[in-house]
Design a protein around this ligand. Structure first.
Ligand code: FES
Length: 154
């Protein structure tokens, strides 16, 4: 059986814990300082409803890049690639194997997915599995006069 002193000590500690707990909860729910994000500006489209992407910097040595600020319907960055001097493609950067994002640098002339090492050609076709389907293509029209790939999501 507890002595009167033991009872008062134990009871006092319990009362203190009950009194302090709400203050801890309120403090942990206090608003945090969140960064203010810049508003998202949709990309400009031309009169044809297409989004122009400059591809003048793509070459056989540097055949792929991310279209800056352009996200595809899958929520992933859009890649633009050079197949030849007159053939450019707009591709999803989402690997068709298990949905990792591929490496958009295209070293050694092909696109690699680092998750399981699938390789894709500049036209999006599979060079090496385990992926068995090509990268998703978007509708792109090459404008040679302006060195742009004009992309439309359908
Ligand atoms: S997710 Fe890309 S190779 Fe597996």
């Amino acid at each position: 059986m507890a002595t009167r002193r033991e009872f008062i000590t134990t009871f006092g500690a319990a009362i203190t814990a009950i009194a302090v707990a709400p203050a801890l909860v309120v403090e942990s729910c206090a608003p945090t300082t969140l960064p203010i994000l810049a508003p998202v500006t949709p990309p400009d489209t031309g009169p044809d409803g297409r989004i122009p992407v400059d591809v003048s910097d793509l070459s056989s040595a540097n055949p792929a890049k991310v279209a800056a600020g352009l996200t595809g319907p899958d929520g992933k960055p859009v890649m633009v690639t050079r197949v030849s001097d007159t053939d450019f493609r707009a591709l999803s950067s989402l690997c068709t194997h298990q949905n990792c994002q591929v490496n958009t640098a295209a070293t050694n002339g092909y696109i690699i997915c680092a998750c399981h090492l699938s390789h894709f050609a500049m036209d999006g076709s599979v060079l090496q599995g385990p992926a068995s389907s090509p990268l998703v293509h978007y509708d792109g029209v090459y404008d040679a006069a302006n060195k742009q790939l004009r992309i439309k999501f359908v």
